[in-house]
Structures are given as C-alpha cells and as structure tokens.
Design a protein around this ligand. Structure first.
Ligand code: SF4
Ligand code: SF4
Ligand code: SF4
Length: 347
C-alpha cells in the first residue's frame, strides 16, 4: 500500500519505507546532496538535503527520514537555503580552493554548489587541514586536503566492494579518511572510491593532466578484459584516453575492477602489435592481413588432409564478446568440421 504525502505542494504517492529524498527523486524533485549515493545506505552526514516538514520543530535530513502518511514537505524555504549555504561556506573554509589546477574542476559537486550559492568570500577563518603524505600506490591519487568527509569512499569500499580498506580515523577537526594506522593504501585498487568521491580528493594517478571534463568527449564501449562485459565510458582527448568511468544505469551498476578502470594504457602503447606476424625461419616477420589469413587457411587445409578435422581444435577467449564467441564455435563446427572447441572461462 502506498503512502500519500505532499512535497512542495504536489500530492504524491510513495513506496512504504522510502525516504523523503528517494520519493522526491522518484518524482524528479531535486534536493541537493553531497554524501548520498542511491546504491549506498543513507548516511545523513553532509546536512545539505535538509527539508522542512510540517509539525517537525526543525529541518530534517531528507535522506534518512522515512515518509509517513499525510506528511507535508517543503524542499526549498529561506531557512533550508540559508542552512545549505552555510554548510558549503563551512566546507570551503577548510578547503584549498585549488579549482584552477584541480583535476575535478568542472566535475566537482563542491565547486558546483559554491557556484550556485555565489560563494567567493570566506567568513569563517581559522586553521586549515594540510596533509603532505602521499601513498606509493600506482593507481590512486589521494589529496586529503580536498576531502569533505562525506564518507562515500569508506561506505562504497565496505558496502559494495566488501573490502573495508579505509575508514574515518580520529574525530572532530582531526578526522580524516585513511587506511588503518595511516599506512599506505594496499587494497584491490578497483577505484570505486574514486568514482563516488564528489570532489578532487580522490583521483586516478594516471589521469593527471590528461584532460578535465570540459576537454574530453565520452565514448561508450565494452570492457574487453573478461566475460562480465562491463560498460565503460572512455573519456577521450584527441586520440588518447584520459580516464575511464562507468555509469550507474549499466548492468555493472557503474562499478569496475582495477583492470577495467585503470588498465587501458596498452591502447596507445608503442609496443602494441599493429600488423600480423608470420614466423619464417624461426623469426617473426611482418605480413598483411591477406597474407596471414591465406597462410592460416593453407595450414588448416594441410592438417585436415594429413590427419582429419579432429586434428584441429579451437580455444576461444573471455575477452571476446558473446557474438564473437558464437561465430568462433560456428566456424570451428560448420567450416572446419570439428567439435573440438573450448573456452578459457569454461571452468
Ligand atoms: S575539489 Fe572541487 S572545489 Fe576543491 S579545488 Fe577541486 S574543483 Fe575546486
Ligand atoms: S580502490 Fe577499491 S578497495 Fe581500494 S579503497 Fe577504493 S574502494 Fe576500497
Ligand atoms: S575522499 Fe572523497 S569520498 Fe572520501 S570522504 Fe573525502 S570527499 Fe568523501
């Protein structure tokens, strides 16, 4: 049974157990957030999603408040707008405001809200956090000066990846995201934490200075590393990949492994094979595709003539698509005439 409520004067029906934020999103009503991600448990940390609810003495976080029958919610009032603006001011008061040289400029939620609220001056002066220690790991750049302690990285590592490599250590002004005992990060390097970070605090090490959102065009493709076939968005600048991301509405829900997210440098590698090679007198020599295919066809024919079709076998790869694998087995069975077909991912 649905729950009836009004949000901003609109009469709506919500799913039982849904929060105000989820219901607002279901109806396309925008509520700003910094610490929310629909794939993760509600957190209520950033206080940006505050709304006013009739009968409640003070504004409440819409991400953690379930809807109730007859509830009357206002998402935009002078009080919540003043509170939201103050939250952003407080975050900026302890932030390097490095937008000019930051990898995430143009794709940063903190910058976006500062722009929206027209914030330039800082009225909260005081100590700022400065972290100089850098990890030695080859994948993740962690710039904790830009961390707003939204906890998204910690939660995604725990709730989605099931690793728990990082947490928020210390409390109050000293609170910071780090691995246990502040050691260097040593984890699966899936980059899930990078993908949910709303600021430039987390980034890919190989992404540095390759191009920001405004400089790249996104090209959708399928990861070729394994049979999961995760959907990738290649951020391309010129003829080079600047970084890789994935969207939450894909079958892999936007999550990738270290290979899919960071293992793309082979594409522009100068060591990459560009033409077929045929071994002649023990040495590989460059050949055209026509030469290579004719050579293979002639060898197949000779083997079949000398030993029968079952002297040939085909081993396919999980790096190919389903369609390619289908065609491959069809070729082996219908053209070559053998059922000797196998696949590296069968077991
Ligand atoms: S994290 Fe965002 S607000 Fe901070 S310096 Fe980078 S772009 Fe600017
Ligand atoms: S890279 Fe993956 S495993 Fe490592 S901290 Fe981030 S989410 Fe956790
Ligand atoms: S590193 Fe990014 S995701 Fe993690 S708490 Fe800081 S701002 Fe949030």
């Amino acid at each position: 049974m649905s729950i009836k409520l009004t949000i901003d004067g609109k009469e709506l029906e919500a799913r039982p157990g849904a929060t105000i934020l989820q219901t607002a999103r279901d109806y396309g009503i925008y509520i700003p957030t910094l610490c929310d991600n629909p794939a993760l448990e509600p957190y209520g940390g950033c206080r940006l999603c505050l709304v006013e609810v009739e009968g409640m003495p003070k504004p409440t976080t819409s991400c953690t408040t379930p809807v109730t029958e007859g509830m009357k919610v206002k998402t935009v009032t002078p009080t919540v707008e003043r509170l939201r603006k103050t939250v952003i001011e407080l975050l900026l008061s302890d932030h390097p405001n490095d937008c000019m040289i930051c990898e995430r400029a143009g794709d940063c939620k903190l910058q976006e809200f500062a722009y929206f609220y027209g914030l330039r001056e800082n009225r909260f002066y005081g100590k700022r956090r400065q972290y100089t220690k850098q990890d030695e790991n080859p994948f993740l750049e962690r710039n904790m000066d830009k961390c707003i302690l939204c906890g998204l990285c910690v939660r995604v590592c725990n709730e989605v990846q099931g690793v728990g490599a990082i947490d928020i250590a210390y409390r109050g002004f000293d609170a910071k995201v780090c691995p246990s005992f502040e050691k260097d990060l040593d984890c699966e390097f899936c980059g899930q934490c990078v993908s949910v970070c709303p600021t430039g605090a987390l980034s890919g090490r190989i992404w540095a200075k390759k191009g920001r959102t405004i400089n790249v065009k996104e090209v959708e493709t399928t990861c070729s590393y394994c049979g999961c076939g995760c959907q990738l968005n290649l951020h391309v600048r010129g003829n080079e990949i600047a970084r890789v991301s994935s969207k939450p509405d894909n079958h892999n829900e936007g999550w990738l492994c270290v290979k899919g997210r960071f293992g793309y440098e082979f594409i522009n590698s100068p060591d990459r094979l560009k033409t077929p090679l045929i071994k002649k007198d023990g040495k590989f020599t460059e050949a055209t595709w026509d030469e290579a295919i004719s050579y293979i066809a002639a060898r197949f024919k000779k083997i079949v003539e000398d030993h029968s079709t079952d002297a040939l076998a085909g081993l396919s790869s999980a790096r190919c698509t389903n369609e390619e694998n289908f065609l491959f087995q069809k070729f082996m069975r219908a053209v070559i005439g053998t059922n000797n077909v196998d696949h590296c991912a069968r077991l």
